[in-house]
Design a protein around this ligand. Structure first.
Ligand code: ADP
Ligand code: TZP
Ligand code: MG
Length: 267
């Protein structure tokens, strides 16, 4: 049986390792996600050109791929990066932002999924649709509760042989066998753009320290967001002050505080 590792232990180890994370993310998220990784202790690099993305992935600790603002050149860069990550046996995370919205996105997402992501992180609408169901969303924001995506997540994890993380009011993580729910966060989080995209990059940072079995690492990344987000929500006056306080708290939260405050239910 695999030993369960606590979020706090993994946070301390991740911070100590300061993993280099190659983030291919969208124009909206690039700056936000880089600041989130720096605050948590990881080292972000936004590298997406086809000419260099595969080479970079060969020495980065992990790769994250997000389709938020897609174009054909970006898809080529993503595929090159994934080739480099797979060859170097590094974990890679897929964030299928609004993949159901257009034929271009659907095709790109199907191609990327076929390359075998280590982890898929999306909101409930995205995960429902990725598993073949009908979601209520049209764009990047979720219109479905996480509870309705749990079965889809288990199915997707089983068929793709990967970890699936669904986020929302209460997050859900499964590898098709193990599963966990993570409570916390704040209703202000979906009111700040690119936090889901940034979380995907943070999942990459945690996965970099457990490349062969990143289930607990994925739970730890979500717990880190949940604990910092909950506290920031208590202190904020609105989404502007939330953003600032959230970044500070991602840095302030240490291993002991994370283990104290994280509400993780293993199923
Ligand atoms: N209503 C909510 N209450 C608490 N936390 C939330 C809520 N909605 C989203 N979150 C948190 O916000 C972060 C981003 O998740 P989500 O909004 O689902 O992603 P996306 O931005 O991709 O749609 C996650 O940490 C999630 O737990
Ligand atoms: C608004 C927007 N449009 C295309 S990508 C993007 C950001 C989505 O960020 P998130 O999925 O984290 O809410
Ligand atoms: Mg998203």
């Amino acid at each position: 049986m695999t030993k369960t590792e606590t979020p706090g232990t993994l946070l301390a180890e991740m911070r100590n390792a300061a993993p280099l994370v190659q983030c291919i993310t969208n124009y909206v998220a690039m700056n936000v996600a880089a600041n989130v990784l720096l605050a948590t202790g990881a080292s972000p690099a936004m590298v997406h050109a086809e000419e260099e993305a595969g080479e970079f992935a060969g020495f980065a600790g992990a790769l994250t791929v997000n389709i938020g603002t897609l174009s054909p050149a970006w898809v080529a860069g993503m595929k090159a990066a994934i080739g480099g990550a797979v060859a170097a046996r590094r974990p890679w995370v897929l964030d299928p932002v609004a993949h159901f919205a257009t034929a271009f996105r659907r095709k790109a997402t199907a191609d990327l999924l076929a390359l075998g992501p280590t982890i898929v992180r999306g909101n409930a609408s995205e995960i429902i649709a990725l598993a073949g169901g009908v979601s209520s969303a049209k764009g990047v924001d979720s219109r479905d509760p996480v509870e309705e995506a749990e079965e889809a997540a288990r199915r997707l994890a089983g068929t793709q042989r990967c970890i699936v993380a669904v986020t929302g009011v209460t997050d859900f993580v499964t590898d098709g066998r193990r599963a966990a729910r993570i409570e916390g966060g704040s209703p202000l989080m979906p009111k700040v753009t690119a936090l889901g995209c940034s979380l995907t990059c943070l999942v990459g940072a945690y996965a970099a320290i457990r490349p062969d079995d990143p289930f607990d690492a994925t739970v730890a990344a979500l717990a880190h967001f949940a604990v910092a987000g909950e506290q920031a929500g208590k202190e904020a006056q609105g989404s502007g002050s939330f953003s600032v306080r959230f970044l500070d708290l991602l840095a302030e939260v240490g291993g002991a505080v994370l283990d104290n405050r994280a509400r993780v239910v293993r199923l």
